[in-house]
Design a protein around this ligand. Structure first.
Ligand SMILES: NC(=O)c1ccc[n+]([C@@H]2O[C@H](COP(=O)([O-])OP(=O)(O)OC[C@H]3O[C@@H](n4cnc5c(N)ncnc54)[C@H](OP(=O)(O)O)[C@@H]3O)[C@@H](O)[C@H]2O)c1
Length: 293
C-alpha cells in the first residue's frame, strides 16, 4: 500500500507556485491576490480559511480575509461581492461554504464574477466543466486529479465509483473522471444516499472516491483488493483524549481499509491540503490570464 501524501504534494506545488510568483515579480508584475469571505464563526470553516490565507503567504500571494458576522444580510453580502468583482487588483476569491441558513447561497454563488470564481462553483463554470471546456475546476476534485497525476496513476478504462453527489465535490468529480482526457476515461458509477447495493458497487471499484461526510463509512469489505481509495471526508468525531476534544476522520475506515489498497489518501494530510493547492493554482491561472502569460 502506498500513501497518497497530500502534505508532500501540496508543499511541492506551493514551491512551484512560489517560483512562478518570483518570476512574475522579477518581470515587474504585481503579486497574485486571493480573497476569502467568511461568514460567522463555524470552527471548521475558520480553520479552512486560515489554511488558505496562510498558503497565500507561503507562496507570495497577497490575500484578504473578509470576516462577517453570522447575521450579515443577503444585500450586504451581495454588495461585498460586487466590490470584489470590480476590484481590478484581485485575481480570485472564495465565499467559504456553508453559509448561514438565512442566506440564499445559490444567489451568492451566481453573483460571483465567473472570471474570479476560483472555487469553480458558478453555474457558468460548472456548465463549462460539464461540456469539457477549459474552466476553473472546483478545488477539491482538481486537487484529487493532481494527486492522481503526481502519483502517475493511470485512470483510462478503470471503474471509478464516486460516493456523493454534492455540487462541490461528488458531481464535478464524477464528470471529470468520465471525460475523454488525461486522468479521465474512467467508467464512472456515481452513487448517493438512494443507491441500492452500495457495498457490491464499491467492491467493483478500481478507484473509489468517498465524499459523503459520514465518518469511516467505507469498510474493508466494501473495497476490492488493490483498489485506489481517495478519502475526501473531513469529519470531527468526539475524542476525550484529544486536546480539542475531537479528532478528524475521513469517510473511510483507514486502519482496516489501507492494507487492502494499492494507494490510499489519509485524513488529515490528504485531499484537504490538495484542495488548498488547487485553489492557489486556480488563482494563478486567473492571474496569468490577466497578465497574458
Ligand atoms: N477535503 C476537502 O477539501 C473537502 C472539501 C469539501 C468537502 N469535504 C468533506 O467531504 C465530505 C462531503 O462533503 P460534501 O460537501 O460533498 O457533502 P454534502 O453536500 O453533505 O453531500 C454529501 C453527499 O453524500 C451522499 N450521502 C450521504 N450519506 C450517504 C450514504 N450513507 N450513502 C451514500 N451516499 C450518501 C449524499 O446523498 P444525497 O445527495 O442523496 O443526499 C450527498 O450527495 C464532508 O465530510 C466534507 O467535510 C472535504
Amino acid at each position: 500500500m502506498q500513501l497518497l501524501d497530500g502534505k508532500l504534494l501540496s508543499a511541492n506545488i506551493k514551491k512551484e507556485i512560489k517560483i512562478e510568483v518570483e518570476n512574475a515579480l522579477n518581470k515587474g508584475l504585481r503579486r497574485p491576490k486571493l480573497a476569502a469571505v467568511l461568514v460567522g464563526h463555524d470552527p471548521a470553516s475558520q480553520s479552512y480559511v486560515r489554511s488558505k490565507i496562510k498558503s497565500c503567504e507561503q507562496t507570495g500571494f497577497d490575500s484578504d480575509l473578509i470576516s462577517l458576522d453570522e447575521d450579515v444580510t443577503q444585500e450586504d453580502l451581495l454588495q461585498i461581492i460586487h466590490r470584489l468583482n470590480t476590484d481590478t487588483l484581485l485575481d480570485g476569491y472564495i465565499v467559504q461554504l456553508p453559509l448561514p441558513a438565512h442566506i440564499n447561497d445559490e444567489e451568492i454563488i451566481r453573483a460571483v464574477d465567473p472570471a474570479k470564481d476560483v472555487d469553480g462553483f458558478h453555474p457558468f463554470n460548472m456548465g463549462k466543466l460539464s461540456l469539457g471546456l477549459e474552466t476553473f475546476i472546483p478545488a477539491t476534485p482538481y486537487g484529487i486529479l493532481l494527486m492522481l497525476e503526481r502519483y502517475n496513476i493511470k485512470t483510462k478504462g478503470k471503474i471509478a465509483v464516486v460516493l456523493g453527489r454534492s455540487n462541490i465535490v461528488g458531481t464535478p468529480m464524477a464528470l471529470l473522471l468520465s471525460r475523454k482526457a488525461a486522468y479521465g476515461n474512467c467508467t464512472v458509477i456515481h452513487t448517493h444516499s438512494a443507491t441500492i447495493g452500495l457495498t457490491n458497487i464499491c467492491k467493483s471499484a478500481d478507484i473509489l472516491i468517498a465524499a459523503i461526510g459520514v465518518p469511516e463509512f467505507v469498510k474493508a469489505d466494501m473495497v476490492k483488493p488493490g483498489a485506489i481509495v481517495i478519502d475526501v471526508g473531513i469529519n470531527r468525531v468526539e475524542d476525550v483524549n484529544a486536546k480539542n476534544g475531537y479528532r478528524l476522520v475521513g469517510d473511510v475506515d483507514f486502519e482496516k481499509v489501507a492494507p487492502k489498497c494499492s494507494f490510499i489518501s489519509p485524513v488529515p494530510g490528504g485531499v484537504g491540503l490538495m484542495t488548498v493547492a488547487a485553489l492557489l493554482l486556480n488563482t494563478m491561472k486567473s492571474y496569468k490570464q490577466k497578465h497574458h502569460f
